[in-house]
Design a protein around this ligand. Structure first.
Ligand SMILES: Cc1ncc(COP(=O)(O)O)c(C=O)c1O
Length: 434
């Protein structure tokens, strides 16, 4: 753990910035040592204050499908801004953006813009409760939906998943939330018990990416729909990570699902904060002004973020081969890691979906839920994180996160990463950590 003295100094100076970070995962508490302090990002690379470049697999936790500062996204930003950055009135561009999104995600017959995934999911939950006039929400342990009260118990990502993560959340904030085990319909049934008539919605990540990458078991999501339908409840898909990561139609487009409500964000704003929630027109009709349910937002649908979102869609709609290229690259990386594991006799499974790649220091088959994921060797992960960083590869400093690739990760970066991995595992094996 011999990162630059500057980084250490920056971390210890973090007194005005609470805890030295604006979001806890960035502190690197899960891996120890000095947090990574970044001064710039270009393409697939993050730069520290010494100008050292790192192949970046954090990609801002998902938004940077085109890497950092992609010219087609950042060029002429000043021109866009010159027309105004926030209006406080509806802007024409947001009306068009809503139509473009709905064309790709037909289940979003009506949608509304917000700034973050947290707001999108919080609003979707409120809409579901308002529409059904029922209180109860079911979520799954290890899924992450943001940091609002109802979302944090046993949340994934880098929210603490064990014990009491609920400082500041009153008991009423959790009272109407049931947390079930992902990929386990029997547990879902048991947790809902006799409360089906109170159930407003079941919320889930359709391809969970916050407890590592977990594949839904065959029949699991169909089972979720069946139970929601039988109870007269709604299904909310959290596609904050997956929309535009797995395709223009999101995970629902890939798998042919039609959830009642969807939340999206991350990639949508092209690196600026833009998110949305939406779904069936009759459900979204509960929203004020026509309906009796309030959501708002000073910056919601502002022309700057909306302008970038149009650029993202322009890029994706004009390059129909992009997703295939991204996926091929991710497959190449996953295959390379598997080959290193095989050569070194390391019993870990590597998973890949679209442009996401993941493994955990946990022998055997890939985890099916957060309980299994949490069995991974945290000391090995911490050592791996730091050794990779020393070698110029930046990973998310948490064993619940995965590797996000961008259009800018090419052969050179994959090769560099695999060389660093091999040397890192050599070191970890010598230290008997893996
Ligand atoms: C699936 C999912 N939903 C919601 C959120 C919350 O989004 P935000 O951080 O923009 O509030 C995240 C953030 O990581 C996420 O991964």
């Amino acid at each position: 753990m011999t990162h630059s003295a500057d980084d250490t100094a920056a971390a210890s100076r973090g007194t005005a910035l609470a805890g030295g970070v604006s979001s806890p995962v960035r502190s690197g508490a899960a891996v120890g040592g000095a947090p990574f302090v970044q001064v710039a990002g270009r393409g697939a690379y993050a730069y520290d204050r010494n100008g050292r470049a790192y192949v970046d697999y954090v990609m801002a936790y998902g938004p940077l499908l085109f890497g950092h500062a992609h010219p087609a996204l950042v060029r002429g930003l000043d021109e866009l801004a010159a027309h105004g950055t926030v209006f406080g009135s509806t802007c024409a561009a947001e009306l068009r953006l809503a139509q473009r999104i709905a064309a790709h995600v037909p289940s979003m017959q009506a949608l509304r813009f917000v700034s973050t995934g947290t707001e999108a999911m919080m609003s979707a939950v409120r809409v579901a409760r308002a529409y059904t006039r029922r209180p109860l929400i079911v979520r799954f342990a290890g899924n992450y939906h943001g940091h609002f009260d109802a979302a944090l118990e046993q949340a994934g990502a880098s929210a603490p998943t064990q014990g009491d993560a609920g400082g500041g959340i009153p008991p009423s904030g959790r009272a109407e939330v049931v947390v079930a085990r992902y990929n386990d319909l029997a547990d879902l049934d048991a947790k809902v018990g006799g409360r089906g008539a109170q159930l407003a919605a079941i919320a889930l990540e359709p391809m969970p990416a916050n407890m590592g990458l977990v594949s839904p078991a065959p029949g699991f999501i169909d089972g979720v729909f069946a139970r929601a339908r039988a109870a007269g409840a709604l299904v909310i898909f959290d596609e904050v990570i997956t929309w535009l990561r797995v395709g223009l139609g999101g995970e629902q487009g890939r798998r042919g699902y039609s959830p009642d409500l969807t939340a999206l964000g991350k990639i949508a704003g092209g690196g600026l904060p833009l998110a949305a929630f939406g779904g069936r027109a009759d459900v979204m009709a509960v929203l004020a002004p026509g309906g009796f349910t309030f959501t708002g937002g000073t910056f919601s649908g502002n022309p700057l973020c909306v302008g970038l979102a149009h650029r993202v869609l322009d890029l994706l709609e004009s390059d129909c081969r992009l997703y295939a290229r991204l996926e091929a690259r991710a497959r190449e990386l996953a295959a390379g890691i598997r080959a290193v594991f095989a050569r070194r006799g390391m019993p870990y499974a590597v998973t890949q979906y679209a442009s996401m790649v993941d493994f955990a220091f946990r022998p055997g088959a890939p985890a099916r839920n957060d309980a299994e994921r949490s069995q991974s060797n945290r000391a090995a992960f911490a050592a791996y994180y730091h050794a990779m960083r020393e070698r110029g590869v930046l990973l998310a400093p948490s064993p619940n996160e995965l590797m996000f690739l961008s259009s800018e990760h090419g052969d050179r970066e994959i090769e560099f990463t695999l060389t660093a991995l091999d040397a890192t595992f050599e070191e970890l094996q010598q230290r008997r950590l893996v």
